[in-house]
Design a protein around this ligand. Sequence first.
Ligand code: PMP
Length: 310
Amino acid sequence: MAKQLAEYIWFNGKIVPWKEATVHVLTHAIHYGSSVFEGIRAYNTPDQGTCVFRLQEHNRRLFDSAKIYRMTIPYTLDQINEGTLDIIRKNNLKSAYIRPIAYYGDIGMGLQVPFGQETEVSIAAFEWGAYLGEEALKNGVDAGISSWNRLAANTMPTGAKAGGNYLSSQLISMEARRHGYGEGIALDRNGYISEGAGENIFVIRNGVVSTTPKTAAILPGITRDTVMTLLKEMGYEVREENIPREAMYLADEILMCGTAAEVTPVRSVDGINVGSGTRGPITKQVQDMFFGLFNGSTADKWGWLTPVYK
Ligand code: PMP
């Protein structure tokens, strides 16, 4: 039984007590990684109360991930959006990490999924603090380049947020932690920077901001898109381009971003200080604008916030 983090879970269209949201050991997804999922955050804002951040984009990506794997989610996008809001309300959460997942359940032991098979779907919501730690948000994380590469093009699609992909992320983060780093960064099969175990990466030098392109085996993050939008708003040009490993050693600033990690500075890579080895000024500005969306100091002119308790 997964540790209880909230009272209820949205489970195949119904809200059930946490303890009842269980699956069988022969669940297809456990054996074969056949799930697609999302990680979404909701923040308690001063003006609109609890708001989900980029709800539509996240759940749209859930359906996109399913489409890549020819999975049929037996709900509409609107129903999943509504379910996401419902489970936050039902658990009476002020802020939340939300985890929708669609997976093949008890459909037999064959690898092959029966044609037209529908997935099961659940949505959990619970409180969850800073993924890389509060300290890292302020002072930065020490990152190490992994000896594991990200998936090669045309092996498994990294643009799908699928359960099976996270074996790669686990190898990368386990190795990093074993070497004493806070997070691991992987190269792609061509040797260019790809992404962190669960975060996209921005590298800044001489005021020029680069991030790794969709062709570098990344999951194109919604936080990545947010950071790109905020940087443009701040007047910076953002280049999507291949980034060689040594650019990390020579960067003035590096930041990692993702729903769980939010916007976190990287203060060293492979033991080499990034710039002065502290959070850089552009990173700080991005953080202020990003967290400003939730503390009221950044106007949400993009319509990214969906109020939960209207
Ligand atoms: N890459 C990977 C491998 C991830 O797991 C995540 C987290 N979902 C990200 C990037 C960042 O994506 P997002 O900003 O949409 O959370």
